[in-house]
Design a protein around this ligand. Structure first.
Ligand SMILES: C[S@@+](CC[C@H](N)C(=O)[O-])C[C@H]1O[C@@H](n2cnc3c(N)ncnc32)[C@H](O)[C@@H]1O
Length: 369
């Protein structure tokens, strides 16, 4: 993926929408701000919070839609929002500015993200609880915070720009760095471990399924040949192996050919799909009637998980053939988005890293049977 400045290549199709100050200054008219003639982004405290974030190079993805969709659920006094992927608190800060009485539980697997969010949200000290954890621990986190239900849940999945831009983390194929890719720096599995120990078949399956890599088997075989000589330690060597493994014409199109391999490894190292499959049902169960969920996905498999879970919960589950719908089988949610929403062209022009974002949202309309 290309950026207007800084490193040309990053690993993720997605991002947390953080951009360097120079780029933000240059773009001047970020669409969400420029078009904020009406709506919550035009309210002074929100606008100020967002402008400050822009000045520090932070561009939360589809912020205007996130504010709009979560807004009605966060009006009641004492409303609680769980930001399951707080990152650098971009969305969280704007939501707190828009809802001054909001209580926020912020989760992130990455200790640096939690530290940075604490700094960004200093002004809201009494209203926030920040927890370093994988988001599938949500039920325990809510119980510890003393909440049996919440009014809002936000998922902004994947990797953040600060993670991509930190050469030491090994997420980006544009830097030569240790093969790490852990979001939780204390996690046990690293990209080096995956590459140096998984059998070729398993490696190939990961590259094919998580990276949609056409040449998965060739790359996996090349990794195994290479590691038999010397264990792989650095991203630079992996980039070379990928490049050497694919046919020459494929090297010349579609950006850096290592992009898909890096994405696949990151998903495997962090167990991203499994964590989402556990966390999403728990998050939906925790939402009170009138509460809302907004989920931003950057990978087709993540989006499919979200789409299916929301579709199931917003459908009537009365068995086919019964003349009337069973009271206990009526939908518990209603969809707030028709299909997946994508960022507007203007946002993409300002923040190309948002290109693969897909947003879905739903509202709880009935309590559990
Ligand atoms: C796209 S960023 C979020 C950006 C944030 N919305 C903002 O505006 O600053 C995604 C964040 O989710 C975190 N993350 C990814 N998978 C996670 C998981 N399974 N559990 C907890 N945090 C996770 C990453 O560490 C990263 O900080």
């Amino acid at each position: 993926m290309l950026r207007a400045d800084g490193p040309a290549d990053v690993t993720s199709p997605a991002s947390g929408g953080h951009r360097p100050v120079s780029a933000v200054a240059r773009m001047g008219t970020w669409p969400g701000i420029a078009a904020a003639g009406a709506g919550v982004l035009s309210e002074r405290p929100v606008r100020e919070a967002v402008m400050e974030q822009l000045a520090s190079g932070h561009l939360p993805v589809m912020l205007d839609r996130v504010l709009e969709l979560l807004g009605p659920a966060l009006q009641p006094p004492g409303a609680v929002l769980v930001d399951t992927t707080i990152g650098r608190a971009g969305h969280a800060r704007a939501l707190l500015a828009a809802h001054p009485a909001l209580r926020l539980i912020g989760i992130d697997a990455d200790a640096t993200a939690i530290e940075e969010s604490r700094r960004v949200l200093t002004a809201y000290g009494g209203q926030i609880v920040l927890v370093q954890a994988v988001y599938d621990q949500l039920p325990q986190i809510l119980a510890d915070a003393g909440h049996s239900s919440v009014q809002g849940v936000l998922f902004d999945l994947g990797v953040s720009s600060p993670q991509l831009d930190d050469p030491e983390r090994g997420f980006a194929y544009s830097y030569d760095a240790p093969l790490d890719m852990r979001m939780n720096q204390a996690g046990e599995l690293t990209a080096a471990e995956v590459l140096n120990t998984y059998p070729a078949e398993r490696l190939a399956r990961i590259l094919r399924e998580y990276g949609e890599e056409r040449y998965a088997r060739r790359i996996a075989d090349a990794v195994v040949r290479e590691r038999d000589r010397t264990p792989l330690r650095n991203t630079g060597r992996l980039v070379e192996i990928v490049r050497e493994s694919i046919p020459a014409p494929a090297r010349r199109s579609g950006g850096n050919p290592a992009k898909r391999t890096f994405q696949a490894l990151r998903i495997e190292v962090n167990g991203e799909l499994e964590a989402l499959a556990r966390a999403l049902p728990a998050a939906l169960d925790s939402i009170a009637v009138g509460g809302r969920i907004v989920a931003l996905a950057y990978h087709s498999l993540e989006d499919r998980t979200i789409k299916r879970e929301l579709a199931t919960r917003s459908a009537d589950s009365t068995p086919a053939g019964l003349p009337v719908s069973l009271p206990g089988a009526r939908p518990r949610f209603r969809l707030l988005t028709r299909g997946a929403e994508r960022p507007a062209e203007a946002e993409l022009a300002a923040n190309p890293r948002a290109a693969s974002a897909r947003l879905r949202a739903a509202e709880r309309i009935r309590a559990a049977a």
